[in-house]
Design a protein around this ligand. Structure first.
Ligand code: NAP
Length: 446
């Protein structure tokens, strides 16, 4: 029997477990997660109003219910309280790290740490009920916000800032976040890209959603579109970029309705400083940029200040691999060859990666399928050598001896029941438990 631990129960972890049981008749997989609740980014990253993407959870659930897959929540790996990487290696023939890329990338500009300046990932964690996210009063006294970056996460947080009560009511977001977001205090959101509109990373489906928010206008500056050489001949652009450009051009052609709630999409603005007012964020200073002819931009020495009481930095993610794994100091990614972890260029026996920690924070959820498959192919090639090493018949006592107190599948089902009860008590659909105590209490109640 081949015993494999998959660390992380998000899409990459679940697809790895699925691929393993589909391709090896005698593999047993433990899917470990630091949180007592499974599904990683599908539960804690996909926007609450994206029900269709959230429904992918059903497929991940089937994997975790497979008779040769076991979910063990509440098991940290590495760090002061986690099971050491070296110990995990002793308990299993192979360990696949599918831990994602959880930390927001820093911008490295002055003022970034001011109160009211957050990475988008912190904000997403808050409205997604991640138990590590504190209720920081994100929107207290906020009338206008700046979102830095023009990827799909920037679109997500912009949209959530502008959604109304009726649209949020049916989601599973915590009541406190719902009340704050639905309060309607934020009248203006400026989303800014440092390059041109045809170089933005958002996808057209997500972009269009901004134009369908009830009572919200979208403003695009024709002059900024005109700065982009791609706008000279839209037909010459690759299809995805052309579709984005067409949406933006159509928005620029009309003035947004005067509803008091506006999203401004801005381009060729590079953030140079988060400005301070009364000890907290007061706005962002941008430098106007222009195309450099090579796909990049250069500064023009012209600056523009955009006032805001909230700044969300949505400029990508960094990996935070468990202590004991090699990683790139800049990106936090784990070096690998077809999923085999490399240390100083040499494969670490029995250690693998899949998902964002392997290939970086890019792609859609489905991209994790092929990524997991590549890693599993490497693992199964190595399996004969890996299986020759003796490991315990059941790793559970070893995990417990290392300080873990795992929440098994019935514990997760108890959390689900508690969330349904909480929702019912609020007259809502299931509402996620948002703190560690509540999650543990529910998990232990079964
Ligand atoms: P992303 O797509 O890589 O976008 C990052 C943005 O940050 C880009 O606009 C980038 O501009 C900008 N940026 C980077 N460094 C910057 C700097 N120093 N100053 C100013 N701007 C800077 O990342 P993401 O939005 O975090 O998304 C991560 C992945 O998740 C993507 O693959 C995304 O499609 C996916 N996702 C999908 C969905 C969905 O399907 N609904 C939702 C959320 C996320 P440059 O291009 O100039 O570098």
């Amino acid at each position: 029997m081949l015993r494999v631990a998959v660390v992380g129960s998000g899409p990459s972890g679940c697809y790895t477990a699925q691929n393993l049981v589909e391709r090896h008749p005698d593999v047993h997989v433990d899917v470990l997660d630091r949180l007592p609740a499974p599904f990683g980014l599908v539960r804690y990253g996909v926007a609450p109003d994206h029900e269709k993407i959230k429904s992918l959870q059903g497929g991940l659930r089937t994997v975790l219910e497979h008779d040769r897959v076991r979910f063990l929540g509440g098991v940290g790996v590495g760090g002061p309280d986690g099971v050491p990487v070296e110990r995990l290696r002793e308990l299993y023939h192979a360990v696949v790290y599918c831990v994602g890329a959880a930390a927001g990338r820093p911008l490295g500009i002055p003022g970034e740490e001011l109160p009211g300046s957050w990475s988008a990932s912190e904000f997403v964690s808050w409205y997604s009920a991640h138990p590590d996210a504190a209720d920081e009063g994100f929107l207290r006294d906020v009338r206008s916000a700046v979102v830095i970056g023009v990827g799909n996460v920037a679109v997500d947080v912009t949209r959530m800032l502008m959604r109304g009560a009726a649209e949020l009511h049916g989601t599973d977001m915590p009541q406190a976040a719902l009340e704050m977001l639905a309060g309607g205090g934020v009248g203006a959101v400026t989303m800014a890209g440092r390059r041109g509109p045809t170089q933005a990373r958002f996808t057209t489906k997500e972009l269009r959603e901004l134009g369908r928010l009830p009572g919200v206008g979208v403003s695009v500056d024709t002059a900024e579109l005109a700065l982009d050489p791609g706008f000279v001949d839209l037909a010459a652009l690759p299809a995805a970029r052309r579709r984005n450009a067409e949406v933006l051009r159509d928005w620029a052609a009309v003035s947004p309705p005067d509803t008091g709630r506006t999203i401004s999409l801005r381009f060729f603005l590079r953030p140079v400083q988060v400005l301070e007012a009364d000890g907290r964020v007061g706005g962002v200073r941008f430098e106007r940029t222009e195309p450099d002819g090579r796909g990049g931009v250069r500064g023009t020495g012209v600056f523009e200040d955009v006032p805001a009481q909230l700044v969300l930095r949505s400029v990508g993610y960094r990996g935070m691999p468990p202590q004991g794994l090699p990683s790139d100091p800049e990106t936090g990614m784990v070096p690998h060859l077809a999923g085999r972890v490399l240390s100083d260029g040499v494969p670490v026996p029995g250690a693998y990666v899949a998902g964002w920690i392997k290939r970086g924070p890019t792609g859609v959820i489905g991209s994790n399928r092929s990524c997991a498959k590549e890693t599993v192919t490497s693992l199964l090639e190595d399996a004969p050598a890996l299986e020759s090493r003796e490991v315990p018949g059941d790793p559970l006592p070893g995990l417990r001896a290392a300080g873990a107190d795992p929440v098994a599948w019935p514990g997760w089902l108890a959390i689900e029941r508690a969330e349904a009860e909480l929702g019912a008590s609020l007259g809502r659909n299931p509402v996620k438990l948002s703190d560690w105590e509540a999650l543990w209490a529910a998990a232990r109640s079964e």
